[in-house]
Design a protein around this ligand. Structure first.
Ligand SMILES: Cc1cc2nc3c(=O)[nH]c(=O)nc-3n(C[C@H](O)[C@H](O)[C@H](O)COP(=O)(O)OP(=O)(O)OC[C@H]3O[C@@H](n4cnc5c(N)ncnc54)[C@H](O)[C@@H]3O)c2cc1C
Length: 435
């Protein structure tokens, strides 16, 4: 069989991105300069524009080019470190149950933003499935869920034992997995459309959006203002926001080493018959498993293809990657033997050393770093509210210590190799990741 051409663009960009908006030349001065046109930067900019603040957003490619339009579109509320142990236990001095509540607030903020800005992005409540790769992972999930239900009462999630897995997922899932947890009320969306909608709203709001403009350095002046150097000249700003997330380079100074650019690849299959898709995923939910080299997949928004992600932390070409990913998924779904990959793309997740969301101000510069897009949107608005000195600017993530990512000097490739060995080793020993 002849090999199909692989499209190296994100499927979510089709007919959606980049958005055609006026390109501004860099102004000489601005109230707030925001570097990075992903969800955090767009959210901060929209919040500031709503209060009439002058905003200049600088983006080295075009707004939406980063992880915001390359992800799976699963709206998350989970905060790492809160899924095991005592819910009254502390993470950086904050109770886990309070962090869970703030994760929920970030989730709800996504829904609020979509409604408020009237963005059409195929938001659907299909639910999410978390597959347990070991018996103890299943028991831990069940135990945490039980305690969460006792504590807050209104938890919609439920467990599905191994023998009932067929109701949720086909293929060889009941041979591989030990059961699952279902979040029936979880949402998914088309992240390309959400990004495009936000870019359009921002352009309509009168913000200056400067594409192909790369931040090169930020310098604080003695009068408290900042001089931002870019490839298109300098700009003076009263406030600066770094929203460069998993693409933070040396030019972001202190931020670069706090964020590990965790590489994840995604394959979109060719369209497949609806009944095959329903056979593999009867409820059409988004799925993640508890392997360290985890599987994370969903049907696309039109329910014609599967979108399959994994993070082998390899920088091989897209053909090699798509074969690797598709072949791994074929072990779960032998039915995919006849189905080919049509798209394969990659993106960088922003991974802080403790995997928690972070927001802060260092040397007068506002920043955030977070591995989920609901938090990127939420913390983006919080960065803006800090500048506005709004009453609701605070979050539990304020002042959490942000450390440099261990052994990361700015070149991720060595660490990719180390992490790959670690994850493969843990998977070999059947050590599940808490989810
Ligand atoms: C494959 C994959 C799947 C994912 N799946 C999910 C999921 O299902 N659910 C979920 O919640 N999260 C998911 N994520 C994570 C989520 O996409 C990110 O957490 C989030 O989008 C990152 O925040 P952002 O959108 O603000 O950053 P980005 O979109 O990455 O934006 C950062 C921007 O900064 C720009 N930039 C960098 N340096 C400079 C500079 N010097 N000057 C100017 N601009 C600069 C970049 O070009 C980029 O556009 C996934 C990520 C990946 C990669």
């Amino acid at each position: 069989m002849a090999m199909k051409e692989i499209n190296e663009r994100s499927l979510w960009w089709e007919n959606t991105l980049p958005v055609s908006i006026p390109d501004f030349s860099l102004p000489q001065r601005t109230d707030v300069a925001i570097a990075g046109g992903g969800f955090a930067g767009l959210s901060a900019a929209l919040e500031l524009r709503r209060s009439g603040v002058e905003v200049t957003l600088i983006e080295k490619d075009w707004p939406g080019h980063g992880a915001c339009s390359r992800n799976l579109g699963l709206v998350m509320d989970r905060i790492d470190g809160t899924t095991t142990g005592d819910l009254d236990g502390l993470v950086h001095g904050v109770k886990k149950c309070d962090l869970i509540r703030e994760g929920r607030a970030a989730h709800d903020y996504v829904l609020e933003l979509i409604k408020r800005d009237n963005i059409s992005c195929k938001l659907r409540q299909r639910g999410k499935l978390v597959l347990a790769t070991t018996k103890s992972a299943y028991e831990t999930m069940a135990d945490t869920l039980e305690r969460l239900k006792k504590q807050s009462g209104s938890v919609d999630a439920y467990m599905v034992p191994k023998q009932d897995l067929g109701k949720e997922i086909g293929g060889r899932a009941n041979k591989i997995y030990h059961g699952a947890k279902v979040h029936p009320e979880a949402y998914d969306l088309n992240p390309g459309q959400l990004t495009a909608g936000m870019v359009q709203r921002l352009a309509d709001s009168g913000a200056m959006v400067c594409s192909s403009t790369q931040l090169e350095s930020v310098q604080r002046q003695s009068n408290g203002t900042f001089t931002i150097s870019t490839n298109r000249g300098d700009i003076t700003a009263e406030h600066v926001v770094l929203a460069t997330q998993g693409y933070s380079g040396a030019e972001t100074g202190f931020l670069q080493k706090k964020i590990f650019p965790f590489l994840a690849h995604v394959v979109a299959t060719e369209p497949m018959p609806q009944d095959l898709l329903k056979e593999l995923l009867p409820a059409l939910r988004g799925v993640v498993d508890t392997k360290q080299m985890f599987f994370n997949f969903r049907p696309c928004d039109k329910e014609t293809r599967l979108i399959l992600a994994s993070h082998y932390l390899r920088t091989d070409d897209n053909h090699t990657q798509s074969n690797r990913i598709l072949n791994a998924y074929r072990k779960l779904f032998p039915e995919l033997e006849q189905i080919e990959a049509e798209y394969c793309w990659y993106g960088n997740l922003a991974l802080p050393s403790d995997h928690l969301p972070h927001i802060g101000t260092q040397d007068g510069v506002h920043f955030c770093a977070t591995p989920s897009f609901s938090m990127a949107l939420y913390l983006g608005s919080k960065m803006a509210k800090r500048i506005l000195k709004a009453d609701d600017a605070g979050t539990l993530f304020d002042n959490m210590p942000t450390r440099n990512f261990p052994y990361y000097s700015g070149n991720p490739s060595l660490l990719y190799r180390g992490l790959r060995m670690l994850f493969n080793g843990l998977d070999y020993l059947n050590v599940a990741a808490p989810k």
